[in-house]
Each structure stands twice: as C-alpha cells, then as structure tokens.
Write a protein that binds this ligand. Structure first.
Ligand SMILES: Nc1nc2c(ncn2[C@@H]2O[C@H](COP(=O)(O)OP(=O)(O)OP(=O)(O)O)[C@@H](O)[C@H]2O)c(=O)[nH]1
Ligand SMILES: [Mg+2]
Length: 310
C-alpha cells in the first residue's frame, strides 16, 4: 500500500555532554603531580537541513527515532573526551517544523536552510580546568549536561512555481510527465497520485518548477477525498493551472462545472489561494467529443478572463 507521508512525527534526541574527569597526575617520586582530569566532549546536535534532492519525508516515516551521539568522558593525562557527532537529517524544501500543539517552530525554505531540532549538551569540566589558586587539586569534576530532545512534527508544503490542480483523473500527472522529466504514476482510476510530484521544465532560457498534486473533489477543503492534506502543497505555488477533463464520462461534470467546484474548494481553503494567477488547460482534446466540448466552453472561460490552452 502506498502511504501518504508528508506529515511525520519525529522523535529526536541530541547527544549528552561527556562527564569531566577527576584525576591526579602520578609519577614516581612525585606523589602530588597536580590535577590532570580532562573535560568531557560536547554532545552532538540533531540538525534538519533542506536538501533539494530530497522530495519526501518517507525516511522519517520508516525510522522516526533519531539520536545524535554523546560526548565521551574526559580522561586523566589532560585528555578531553571526544565530541559527539552532529546528526544531520536532510529534509525536502518546504518542510515546516511544528511542536505537538501545532505551533510552527521553523519553516524551512531554500537549499541549505537549517534548524537545530535538538541541542547537544555541554561536556563537564575536568578537575584540571577546575583548579584554581585556592583549590589546587579539586577532587571532583563536573557532569556533562544532558542533550535536549522531544517530539516534533514535520509537514511538507511543496514549493514550486506552478501547481496543477484538477479533479482526479483529469490528466495532471500525464501533463507533468510530458512537460518535464518527472515520471509519475499515471492510471485511469482516481487518486492515483498520493504525494505531489515535482518536475523541472526548461522552456528556452526559462526554467521553472511544476507540481502535480493529488486530485481535488468537492468537499476537499473539509477533508473529503484526500482532502486538506495536499491543498497545503498548493499554498506555496505562485501560479495555479486548472487541468480540466473535456472527455469525462460522468454525466454531472463538464469543464466549467469542474472549474467552479475546484475554485470553491480553493476559496474555502483560504490562505490566499483565491488570489493566485491562474491558467486553464483543456485536456484530452485528442478525443473527438473532448475537442467538441473544448471548443464549446473556451469562449465562456475566456470571457471570465482565463487564458486557455489545449
Ligand atoms: N485520451 C487522453 N487520455 C489522457 C490524457 N491525459 C491523461 N489521460 C488519461 O487519463 C487517465 C488519468 O490520467 P492521470 O494523469 O493519472 O490523471 P491525474 O489527474 O494525475 O489523476 P489523479 O492522480 O488520480 O488525480 C489516464 O488513464 C491517462 O492515460 C489526454 O490528453 N488524452
Ligand atoms: Mg495523478
């Protein structure tokens, strides 16, 4: 079964700081050689980093527990403990980090954007570092500080220039597959697309990204079909393209009614979607009935101010 994974709960734990060491230097005939306990190492952070090549949160769905390594304790002979290693977790562009109450902690947009999800603890000082004029050889050292940790929610909001919106099976995935190198699943049943597909289109010297999102149906903004889950992907796209099926066999649908239904959902969702510039694509005009219907509805759509393409 395909799982819809653009929202995951991630459990992160940073590394603990290593403990400081209490040690006294010993050498033959030199019984009080002074303190030489080293400091503990720093615990590693857990860091989220936007990596353009990563497009889903699937990895974190499969293994949601992520822990950075702890610092090593200090040792005698003034040897500091080794620092723990930072754990770098690559996430897709457009990942939003939330706490369990739904508050936004970070909105990661743009290659290389980082967020420290859990902070490693400081290492404890060894007794060498703690010695002073008043206390020449402290017999103790400090404990390392525990790393922070907890649960965060990662949610993906696709970032693209253009979003294709339309009913299930309107042909959105087919369109992105011919415009770009993306090879999404295409099939003649609704809700074939479960996660957004991203494609890069090169048109002359212009390069832009295009997102194919799962099909919308009336009630989507209330959670029908795949619902709100993916309307949020449309949120960050600058231009919306309506992909309208001119050859649907469902009697209660036609391109204009479909467009109205989708517009209604976008309006109900809000978030500024209703203000995005739009284009219309009349699809499946290779089917004779489709071409006929396309010719019929084109003036109507153009009268509403849409630029219409076939
Ligand atoms: N004849 C014809 N069929 C098309 C065209 N575009 C898509 N189809 C067919 O329509 C069906 C649905 O296409 P998809 O691209 O999967 O549609 P979708 O909009 O991505 O659907 P969901 O992912 O379910 O929302 C497939 O069987 C396609 O082969 C077209 O221009 N002409
Ligand atoms: Mg699709």
């Amino acid at each position: 079964m395909t799982t819809f994974v653009d929202r995951v709960e991630l459990h992160v734990a940073a590394g603990n700081g290593g403990h400081g060491c209490a040690s006294v230097h010993r050498e033959k005939f030199k019984p009080l050689g002074g303190p030489d306990g080293g400091n503990g190492g720093r615990g590693g952070d857990v860091i989220l980093v936007v990596e353009q090549a990563v497009t889903t949160l699937l990895d974190y769905h499969h293994s949601p527990h992520r822990k950075a390594t702890s610092g090593k304790p200090g040792e005698g002979g003034n040897r500091s403990g080794k620092d723990g290693q930072d754990l770098v977790l690559p996430v897709p562009d457009g990942t939003v980090v939330l706490d369990k109450e739904g508050n936004v902690l970070a909105d990661l947009v743009g290659q290389g954007t980082t967020y420290v999800a859990a902070e490693g603890g400081r290492g404890g000082l060894g007794n060498a570092a703690l010695s002073s004029a008043r206390r020449k050889a402290p017999g103790f050292a400090l404990l390392g500080v525990p790393g922070t940790g907890g649960d965060v929610i990662l949610e993906l909001k696709t970032v693209a220039d253009v979003a294709l919106v339309g009913f299930p099976s309107a042909g959105k995935s087919s369109l992105i597959s011919v415009l770009s190198a993306a090879k999404p699943k295409i099939a003649d049943y609704p809700f074939t697309t479960l996660v957004p597909n991203l494609g890069v289109v090169t048109a002359g010297s212009t390069v832009y990204t295009i997102a194919d999102v799962p099909g919308l149906i009336p009630g989507a903004s209330q959670g029908k079909g795949l619902g709100l889950e993916f309307l949020r992907h449309v949120e960050r796209c600058s231009i919306l393209v309506h992909v309208l099926d001119t050859a649907t066999l469902e009697s209660d649908r036609d391109p204009v009614a479909d467009l109205d239904a989708i517009e209604e959902e976008l309006k109900l969702y809000g978030g500024g979607l209703e203000k995005r510039p739009r284009l219309v694509v009349l699809n499946k005009v290779d089917i004779p009935d489709g071409k006929e219907l396309a010719d019929m509805v084109r003036p109507d759509l153009e009268a509403r101010g849409y630029k219409v393409f076939e």
